[in-house]
Design a protein around this ligand. Structure first.
Ligand code: HEC
Ligand code: HEC
Ligand code: HEC
Ligand code: HEC
Ligand code: HEC
Length: 358
């Protein structure tokens, strides 16, 4: 189309505003249709009438923080962890009642509970400031935080933005930090943009975001052959706010042995050779164990589909091998009840999924 033609078309469209609406609606429905790889699609009003603040930024001033926008849509007063708005499935990360089948990132229900402080990230709008950590990320180390603003301990923890985990951490405002991501093409998950980072975990626009394989149900009802796939890149994100967990000693480089090794491979020998002792792999496959979504490992090379196998000597211990990202029923956001882990029989879970001989 030449410039002249385009001008004519535009003039024609301007005369007939109804056509504009029809044309743009068709365009949007087509552009955002499920045939494309866009995340969110369809009936615009379903979300944009319900949450006018998403498009009308003058309403942002009325919110204490635009973080509330995220929470309103991603929560539920029932127990389901996926809800439907219009034709979209919304992953629910905050249920007001005990969630049934929490998503892989866990559920803020637990931190919002009475005395739930230590069971999750105290995100603004869900839980008040953590009474132990007073809003400062434990182990924060400025040198490991790639964001320009850095973490502001005077401000609360948010879903997104420089004081949050999702979106671009170089932008302070949670809404602005993620703007555009819900409608953008989100595949391949290569960490180049927020939409193309695993679960919008971009960290900052200057570095590569988190990569992984995204289960279509956000990890709900995971099994050994249907689950998210992680890579050690998620440790980099955690370390942005918890950098000291990656230090061998005060002046060490970046060896992650401060509390528990992360970013190291599961050894092929000793107790680790029986990772997930409850399920035996098929005969004739040395060095292979069966994946247990209750103690996930990170892949050095991201898989394109969920892998049922865990390769000893190759797959790695990551922060979320032991922790849940949002909130869990246990202190220190652990996957298991730490105090009772060793009371369990061998192979019944927790640390013992890896430490099979202890
Ligand atoms: C399932 C809910 C949902 C539906 C349906 C939806 N949106 Fe959105 N939209 C959002 C959310 C959430 C945001 C803000 C966060 C973001 O931009 O990622 C947003 C942001 C936007 C923005 C601002 C972001 C930008 O890129 O500037 C525009 C424009 C927009 N939507 C247009 C539309 C249109 C047009 C439709 C219908 C084809 C539509 N939306 C349908 C949830 C939805
Ligand atoms: C109007 C409802 C709505 C609002 C408001 C909203 N979201 Fe979402 N969000 C959705 C829907 C629907 C999806 C699922 C998209 C899909 O199919 O992948 C989603 C997906 C996500 C995901 C997972 C992406 C993935 O890879 O699966 C993240 C992370 C997220 N939203 C964060 C946020 C944050 C942070 C905010 C606030 C700045 C926010 N959302 C505001 C509706 C909303
Ligand atoms: C944007 C900064 C930020 C990022 C990124 C971040 N956290 Fe945190 N984290 C915090 C803050 C602030 C606290 C202290 C307040 C609280 O508990 O909510 C905290 C607390 C914690 C705690 C202790 C909770 C308790 O109350 O005992 C654990 C465990 C934790 N984070 C693990 C992680 C893991 C694992 C990741 C990566 C998936 C991660 N964090 C990413 C900011 C962050
Ligand atoms: C093998 C299991 C395991 C791995 C892997 C692991 N942690 Fe932990 N983490 C724990 C346990 C157990 C605690 C509670 C220890 C305690 O109370 O002293 C804990 C506590 C924490 C705390 C709270 C600190 C406090 O003072 O209470 C933070 C923050 C944290 N971990 C972050 C991380 C980050 C970031 C990573 C990845 C770099 C990571 N963890 C990897 C098991 C693990
Ligand atoms: C995903 C597998 C995995 C899980 C889950 C796991 N560990 Fe480990 N752990 C390892 C590996 C691998 C090593 C390092 C072994 C080596 O290099 O010799 C290790 C080492 C250790 C060490 C020795 C640390 C050192 O500095 O030498 C302790 C103690 C330990 N783990 C405790 C725990 C506890 C407690 C838990 C549960 C909260 C736990 N582990 C969960 C894989 C795991």
């Amino acid at each position: 189309m030449t410039k002249k033609n385009l001008k004519q078309l535009l003039r024609y469209l301007r005369i007939n505003s109804i056509i504009i609406i029809v044309v743009s609606y068709t365009f949007f429905t087509f552009y955002f249709s499920e045939n494309t790889l866009a995340t969110v699609s369809g009936d615009c009003d379903a979300c944009h009438k319900l949450f006018p603040g998403l498009l009308d930024e003058t309403l942002h001033g009325e919110l204490v923080s635009t973080n509330v926008l995220c929470i309103n849509c991603h929560s539920s007063d029932g127990k389901d962890t996926v809800k439907i708005i219009g034709r979209s499935r919304v992953p629910v990360v905050f249920n007001e009642v005990k969630p049934e089948n929490p998503l892989a990132g866990g559920n803020f229900f637990y931190v919002a509970e009475f005395s739930g402080d230590r069971k999750g990230h105290n995100v603004d709008g869900i839980a008040s400031m953590d009474s132990k950590f007073k809003g400062a990320p434990p182990g924060y180390y400025r040198d490991f935080d790639p964001s320009i603003p850095g973490y502001n301990t005077e401000k609360p923890l948010n879903c997104a933005g420089s004081n949050g985990c999702h979106g671009n951490r170089n932008i302070k405002n949670p809404y602005d930090a993620i703007k555009g991501a819900h409608h953008a093409v989100d595949k391949p998950v290569d960490g180049t943009t927020t939409a193309r980072s695993y679960r919008f975990l971009k960290n900052t626009d200057e570095i590569k975001g988190v990569v992984g394989f995204e289960d279509a149900d956000w990890g709900r009802n995971s099994t050994s052959d249907k689950h998210n796939e992680y890579s050690p890149s998620i440790d980099v994100l955690c370390a942005s706010c918890h950098g000291k967990f990656h230090l061998r000693d005060k002046d060490g480089k970046k060896s992650p042995w401060f509390r528990h090794p992360v970013g190291i491979v599961l050894p092929e020998t000793g107790e680790y050779a029986r990772y997930n002792p409850d399920i035996s792999p098929p005969d004739g496959m040395p060095g292979v164990r069966i994946y247990n979504p209750d103690a996930p490992v990170g892949r050095q090379k991201v898989l394109k589909a969920p892998g049922e196998e865990v390769k000893l000597g190759e797959d790695m211990v990551i922060c979320i091998s032991c922790h849940i990202a949002h909130s869990s029923p246990y202190e220190s956001i652990l996957r298991w009840d730490y105090d009772n882990i060793y009371a369990h029989e061998e192979g019944k879970g927790g640390c013992l999924i890896c430490h099979t001989g202890k």
